[in-house]
Write a protein that binds this ligand. Structure first.
Ligand code: SF4
Length: 225
């Protein structure tokens, strides 16, 4: 068993945040009508992808009826449909569809994870929950030896990457970089890019289009390092 697989098992068993444990499990019992015949995962969700990837895509937290249902990050909801289709267009995924474990999806050159591993109420984790889960974030990233570029989806992800780098002793630029769509900053040997989150609120309103996301993804892929 790889160290990444051992860590994933540890993540899957975690119950450190009582509010999130209660929420992820109650959603898994109540279910959405469309999925009432399915067994929800209802547990923390670890990262997914190529363990030797230079590019790390960082989200926020599992979707209640997406990753919290399927058990794979960004899988089973519109956010994931948008993200994996983009990764496929960029040649980083072998298929555009991400339906669930066993669907044949593989990633090459990219790894996807979230700083919070349990679905939060209203997609809004508390600061203390982000802090509690940061241990897993740091340890999972540490097991990705070729990571050099981060693509953060949203302000919280952007901040989580900066905090992670600071905890690892990387000197951050001053003033501390601010999130924005298309922002790119160097932090030591790492390059951090920001994109609006691939949530339905952004993609269905046109705030984030496929072309906009492709451009940020291209910039992250072409960054030196
Ligand atoms: S959010 Fe992280 S630390 Fe909190 S219960 Fe889930 S896996 Fe554990």
């Amino acid at each position: 068993m790889t160290r990444l697989a051992v860590l994933r098992d540890e993540i899957h068993a975690c119950r450190r945040c009582p509010r999130l444990v209660e929420h992820r499990e109650s959603v898994a019992i109540e279910k959405r009508r469309a999925y009432r015949d399915q067994t929800y995962w209802g547990r923390p969700v670890a990262g997914f992808g190529d363990g030797r990837a230079p590019l790390i895509v960082v989200g926020l937290a599992p979707g209640a009826h997406g990753a919290n249902r399927t058990g794979r990050v960004f899988t089973g909801d519109r956010s994931g449909d948008f993200l994996y289709a983009a990764l496929h267009r960029a040649g980083l995924a072998n298929q555009a569809e991400s339906r669930g474990p066993g669907d044949g999806l593989t990633l090459r050159g990219v790894y996807v994870l979230c700083p919070v591993r349990c679905a939060p109420p209203d997609n809004a984790p508390l600061a203390e929950e982000i802090a509690t889960c940061s241990d897993f974030f740091d340890r999972e990233l540490a097991l990705l030896p070729r990571r050099r570029r981060f693509l953060a989806l949203g302000a919280l992800a952007f901040s989580a990457v900066l905090d992670h780098l600071a905890r690892r002793g990387v000197a951050l630029p001053t003033p501390r970089p601010k999130f924005g769509h298309g922002v790119a900053v160097s932090c030591g040997p790492y390059r951090l890019h920001g994109s609006y989150h691939v949530s339905q609120q952004n993609t269905q309103t046109g705030r984030l289009t496929a072309a906009m996301f492709d451009e940020v993804l291209r910039a992250a892929l072409e960054a030196p390092g």
